[in-house]
Design a protein around this ligand. Structure first.
Ligand code: CUA
Length: 285
């Protein structure tokens, strides 16, 4: 395209210089008319038509969803439901608030919303795409460099819109396959007596009504899946570091950290019970 544009540029400049340098002659009107017809109408129609046809043949490749890895992401007030779908998986793998991608492979995102309009955006990897309730939108990304990135919600979606982010980790293809296999596995059983007590409390207090921890009786689907919570970099949808102190603070005072959140604050829990639940959750690698 650059070469063709260069040739056209020289022709146009040549004609312009010729027009400035020469005196008009009596019969020049007819030549001018033909010049306009050939160079001004026929030539652009033919050359732009050829470029358009060539461009259209490239389109299917640019839009192709790749070799089968798809990630369904649903925007919720104010977090992200994430589901990995791939022919290599027996069943879709559910996660939340973090997206892992293999480098050098096209991944299709299937975007939807559970409540209001959100917008899915990973600035270093591509453009944003609206998530519309009841209408699936699609986006294909092919990250080339491994690393950690930050994704955000780019559409005002309520009180905690600015507190709706997610972490993105681009991994080598093999490391990604290992990670996905681990993510598909059910949760590790509690490793310490404290964590064991935490697991029991997690059920008694009612956490399992909203959260799923695969392999346990907790099968709630209202909030984020917590099966491998401890392996995620952030808490509260990309806004807080994932460490025991912050997690305790989150459970105790969710409303202060994310105003309007559906999760109630559990400030009434005795310190010891709260710490046991945190010990359990931070063991869910
Ligand atoms: Cu979701 Cu803004």
């Amino acid at each position: 395209m650059l070469a063709a544009a260069g040739v056209i540029w020289f022709i146009i400049i040549g004609v312009a210089v010729y027009a400035v340098r020469t005196q008009p002659k009596p019969d020049e009107g007819r030549i001018g008319g033909r010049l306009i017809l050939y160079l001004g109408v026929i030539f652009p129609v033919v050359s732009l038509g050829a470029l358009l046809t060539y461009g259209l043949t490239l389109m299917p490749d640019l839009r192709s969803p790749g070799d089968g890895l798809a990630i369904a992401v649903t925007g919720e007030q104010w977090w992200w439901r994430v589901e990995y779908r791939s022919p290599e998986l027996d069943a879709p793998v559910v996660s939340a608030n973090e997206i892992r991608l293999p480098a050098g492979r096209r991944t299709e995102f299937i975007l939807d919303s559970a409540d209001v309009i959100h917008s899915f955006w990973i600035p270093p990897l591509g453009g944003k795409m609206d998530m519309i309730p009841g209408h699936v939108t699609r986006l294909v990304l092919e990250p080339t460099k491994t690393g950690s990135y930050r994704g955000v919600c780019a559409e005002f979606c309520g009180t905690s819109h600015a507190l709706m982010a997610f972490s993105v980790v681009v991994m080598e293809e093999e490391a990604f396959a290992d990670w996905l296999a681990g993510e598909a596995a059910p949760a590790d059983p509690p490793a310490t007596p404290v964590a064991e007590r935490g697991a029991a409390l997690f059920g008694q207090v009612g956490c399992g009504a909203c959260h799923t921890v695969r392999g346990t009786p907790a099968e709630g689907v209202i909030g984020p899946d917590l099966t491998h919570l401890a392996s995620r970099a952030t808490l509260g949808a990309g806004i807080l570091p994932n460490d025991p102190e912050t997690l305790a603070k989150w459970i105790r005072d969710t409303e202060a950290l994310k105003p309007g959140s559906l999760m109630p604050s559990f400030g009434m829990l005795p310190e010891e019970d709260l710490n046991a639940i945190v010990a359990y959750l931070e063991g869910l690698e």
